[in-house]
Design a protein around this ligand. Structure first.
Ligand SMILES: NC(=O)c1ccc[n+]([C@@H]2O[C@H](COP(=O)([O-])OP(=O)(O)OC[C@H]3O[C@@H](n4cnc5c(N)ncnc54)[C@H](OP(=O)(O)O)[C@@H]3O)[C@@H](O)[C@H]2O)c1
Length: 320
């Protein structure tokens, strides 16, 4: 069931012939990433599915068989910087263009027990933001050399926080060593970082033909949050039918990513935040979403914080 405030791609966007164009979608084997991938292939594109579980991607990709375009599955575990580097190098050896990079993969720790990436970063920040940052920076020259290239990164309504508690990226304590760990704060902060990065990158690339955006896909009935302990899994299963009226199918949730990658209109708003409607915004005026809309969180609109984040991230991934 779609919500009355649902924002849809226009027919022109979803019927463009993109034959010959090359896309990367991270987390392409599930949920929003899978439907984004399916539509790009349907429109004739070639999608490199960057996934941590190759078998899961192979299983889903069987359903692409009759579609116009093509795909390749390549391993990329965003919780391991070496895996991200290997993926980027293999991609650059094979392809000389990148029309669209969709940094879609994401996760939240469901049991509120702090976890780390293989490189020792808090897992939520590491996967949702830092792995994507590293990937994007490694592919930047290729994006710059491709006419009309686009890059999107998935944020979330959660980044907005509430009027009383606006999330901000704690660059001085990314691993929660000096404050109590909270899985939701870790997720909210990682998603603030995603909004800031799209802004910074757009500014940095203003002399190039590269468009960037951050995205809230709406409340997707995907596999998101399906991890965790038995209690959490049972709770999610029980809650699902009751949230149908206010949540979206994965196809509906892929609309914002597809708009960012394909629409003629989106490119006039580089660096901006594109949000599907969401009942979860605590700021009433944001609930309808917008393509684009201004984040209600001042910390996600602060360019000084964006520059600091990028400077620190370069250091963390060893690019400086
Ligand atoms: N669902 C929502 O309501 C919602 C709302 C706001 C924002 N979002 C964002 O939307 C994006 C897509 O989420 P979704 O709803 O489609 O969830 P999903 O169905 O759980 O898909 C998430 C994808 O990310 C992949 N992933 C997780 N950890 C990874 C890692 N270490 N390396 C590489 N890939 C990894 C997953 O791979 P596996 O299959 O191997 O786990 C999966 O392919 C995420 O960034 C999420 O934060 C979702």
């Amino acid at each position: 069931m779609s919500h009355k405030h649902m924002i849809w791609c226009d027919a022109r966007t979803l019927s463009k012939n993109i034959t010959g164009k090359v896309y990367i979608v991270t987390g392409a084997n599930s949920g929003v990433g899978l439907e984004t991938t399916r539509q790009l292939i349907k429109q004739g594109g070639h999608v490199v599915m960057a996934c941590r579980r190759i078998e899961a991607a192979q299983k889903e990709a069987k359903s692409f068989i009759h579609l116009e375009g093509s795909y390749e599955i390549m391993k990329c575990d965003l919780a391991n910087l070496e895996s991200v580097r290997e993926f980027a190098l293999s991609f650059l050896q094979k392809y000389n263009r990148l029309d669209g990079l969709m940094c879609n993969a994401g996760m939240v720790v469901m049991d509120n027990k702090q976890k780390f990436t293989d490189d020792g970063f808090e897992l939520t920040f590491g996967v949702n933001f830092l792995g994507h940052f590293f990937l994007t920076e490694l592919l930047l020259e290729c994006l710059k050399q491709t006419e009309g290239a686009r890059m999107g990164i998935l944020s979330s309504v959660v980044h907005a926080g509430s009027t009383k508690n606006r999330y901000k990226v704690h660059l001085d304590d990314l691993n929660f060593e000096r404050r109590k760990y909270s899985n939701f704060a870790a997720y909210g902060e990682a998603k603030v970082a995603s909004v800031l990065y799209a802004k910074e990158l757009s500014e940095r690339l203003q002399n190039y033909d590269v468009f960037t955006a951050s995205i809230h896909p709406g409340w997707a009935r995907s596999n998101f949050g399906s991890g965790g302990n038995f209690f959490m899994r049972a709770l999610m299963t029980i809650a699902k039918p009751f949230t149908r009226g206010i949540s979206n199918s994965n196809w509906e949730s892929a609309q914002t990513s597809l708009h960012v990658l394909l629409s003629d209109n989106a490119i006039h708003h580089s660096g901006d935040y594109f949000s599907q409607h969401s009942v979860l915004y605590s700021d009433k005026e944001c609930k309808k979403g917008g393509w684009p809309m201004k984040s209600p969180n001042p910390n996600a609109n602060d360019m000084v914080e964006a520059w600091k984040l990028v400077e620190k991230s370069y250091e963390l991934v060893g690019l400086k």
